[in-house]
Design a binder for this molecule. Structure first.
Ligand SMILES: NC(=O)C1=CN([C@@H]2O[C@H](COP(=O)(O)OP(=O)(O)OC[C@H]3O[C@@H](n4cnc5c(N)ncnc54)[C@H](OP(=O)(O)O)[C@@H]3O)[C@@H](O)[C@H]2O)C=CC1
Ligand SMILES: O=C(CO)[C@H](O)[C@H](O)COP(=O)(O)O
Length: 466
């Protein structure tokens, strides 16, 4: 019996995806360009229907036609090198799927190259980390619909399932699947940073012990903030350092890493005139965190505000922080989904926003209860300009802006940096401002550069001899 699918790249994600496929009844050929990872996987695979290969040609020959090869390899040059090693053995009608975090423009280049050889190419966003890959990730496939149809029976089977619906849907043509994953990661950066700021307020400003903050996150996770990131934050805060018995969080160096997808999200937004400031501030927060030595030095040179720090009413302020976090989250998702809408229009991708929100409900890192609301909003109005003006969220912002304003003002007054919460508030206030300061910018541009301006009382283009 030939293998029904092949997986190349047996690191953290690839080995788990292969085991996931095998557990759903697929016969899986596995290959890694170095031998060790293949042996390691086979040692842990037990009875799983995996067949190891140490030679690409034999790996390909073991697959049923049309062949389906799933790559879970480091993004960038390694993907090109794997494709180059594979294609001599593939035939017209076969498909390669790239499940890694590839840049969507790289995916488009590879799609076009392989099209000339008759080989299908799907750029597939996969989210859920190691656990998701094993038990069911969110899957965002982009490329030709007919190629997707060939792989859909396997992809929908291995995806997370929520209310009987697989967290996998055809996203659209070209690199749209990887684009959706890229912005998913941008939203992930914002969501994580907002949570980190909420934690900081509770810890620094309200001086709550870590255990109590874990309890607060646990309570929040039972309400409208319910999400995977809140859940893991509670678990993280409960974890003790094995040596000291103290909260592990206090021993983790405050330098955030990143692998590039957040940066790509910001660059794409900037290139296309899309204001995704919360996502970008979350990226910058990681950059500033990386300057640990400079920050330590500056902390002994630069002062914060002089004003005395007053005690705050604990119960009231925990609720303000909850509101601030929820409101920040609404603004961050509004930015991410605006980036989807604007880019979809730019490329004619017709991105299914309702379905994207639906598949994000399970498996992926940003899975959250309120994605049900987002999905329902797009079902009612697929062309909505911005989630903020959907009646449900507009009502929430009326109620919760108080919490966000209080928390941001208090942080500013006491010198606690809150890049994402403060940017969320600025975004909210900017978006709801009918008459902005841009009039003055236009006048300045016209003054120094004769760049012209439009008027608000009549049509036309004007220049003034200032
Ligand atoms: N970890 C996560 O939570 C998630 C990761 N991703 C994405 O999935 C992809 C894989 O990530 P992950 O499994 O975590 O990474 P790992 O580093 O664990 O695995 C990378 C795999 O790529 C292989 N590889 C590296 N260089 C080459 C090369 N030149 N030629 C052939 N194979 C190569 C590695 O083989 P070897 O070790 O032998 O060099 C290994 O099998 C990445 O694009 C990542 O961004 C997506 C979602 C979540
Ligand atoms: O894709 C992912 C989750 O969705 C990966 O975990 C990715 O590595 C996260 O990005 P970064 O490493 O930049 O924090």
């Amino acid at each position: 019996m030939p293998n029904t699918i092949g997986v190349i790249g047996l690191g953290v994600m690839g080995s788990n995806i292969a085991l996931n496929m095998a557990s759903k009844g697929e016969k899986v050929a596995v290959y890694n360009y170095t031998r060790d990872l293949t042996d390691k996987l086979m040692n842990q695979a037990g009875e799983a229907a995996l067949e190891p290969y140490y030679d690409v040609e034999r790996f390909v020959q073991s697959l049923e036609k049309p062949r389906k090869v799933f790559l879970m390899v480091t993004a960038g040059a390694p993907i090109d090198s794997v494709i180059e090693s594979l294609t001599p053995y593939l035939e017209s009608g076969d498909i390669i799927m790239d499940g890694g975090n590839s840049h969507y423009e790289d995916t488009e280049r590879r799609y076009n190259d392989l099209q000339t050889k008759g080989i299908g190419y799907l750029g597939i966003g996969v989210s859920g980390g190691a656990e998701g890959a094993l038990h069911g990730p969110a899957i965002m496939p982009g490329g030709d619909k007919e190629d997707y149809e060939k792989a859909a029976p396997i992809l929908t089977k291995i995806a997370a399932q929520v209310d009987g619906i697989p967290c996998c849907t055809y996203i659209g043509p070209e690199g749209s699947g990887h684009f959706v994953k890229m912005v998913h990661n941008g939203i992930e950066y914002a969501d994580m940073q907002l949570i980190a700021e909420a934690y900081t307020f509770l810890r620094q400003r309200l001086s709550l012990p870590v255990e109590e903050i874990a309890n607060i996150f646990g309570t929040w996770n039972e309400g409208e903030l319910q999400s995977y990131l809140i859940e893991i934050t509670e678990n993280i805060l409960r974890k003790k350092d094995e040596e000291t018995g103290k909260p592990l969080i206090d021993f983790i160096l405050d330098k955030a890493g990143q692998k590039g997808t957040g940066k790509w999200t910001s660059l794409q937004a900037i290139d296309n005139g899309i204001a995704n400031s919360i996502i970008t501030e979350a990226l910058f927060a990681r950059y500033i965190s990386a300057l640990k030595d400079q920050r330590v030095k500056a902390s002994s040179i630069l002062n914060g505000p002089d004003s005395a720090v007053e005690p705050l009413d604990k119960k009231a302020w925990i609720e303000y922080v909850r509101q601030a976090l929820y409101m920040g989250k609404i603004c961050a998702y509004a930015q991410g989904f605006t980036q989807y809408k604007a880019t979809s229009e730019l490329h004619n991708w017709n991105l299914p926003l309702k379905e994207i929100a639906l598949i994000f409900r399970g498996g992926c890192i940003i899975r959250a209860q309120f994605l049900n609301t987002i999905s329902a909003i797009y079902e009612e109005n697929p062309n909505l300009d911005n989630l903020l003006i959907a009646p449900y969220f507009a009502e929430k912002t009326r109620e919760y802006q108080k919490g966000l304003r209080e928390v941001v003002c208090e942080a500013v007054q006491t010198g606690i940096p809150f890049p994402s919460l403060s940017t969320a508030l600025t975004y909210y206030d900017s978006y709801r401002t009918a008459n902005s300061s841009a009039s003055l910018l236009q006048a300045q541009r016209d003054y120094f550069g004769a760049h012209t301006y439009e008027r608000n009382d009549r049509e036309g283009v004007f220049h003034t001899d200032w």
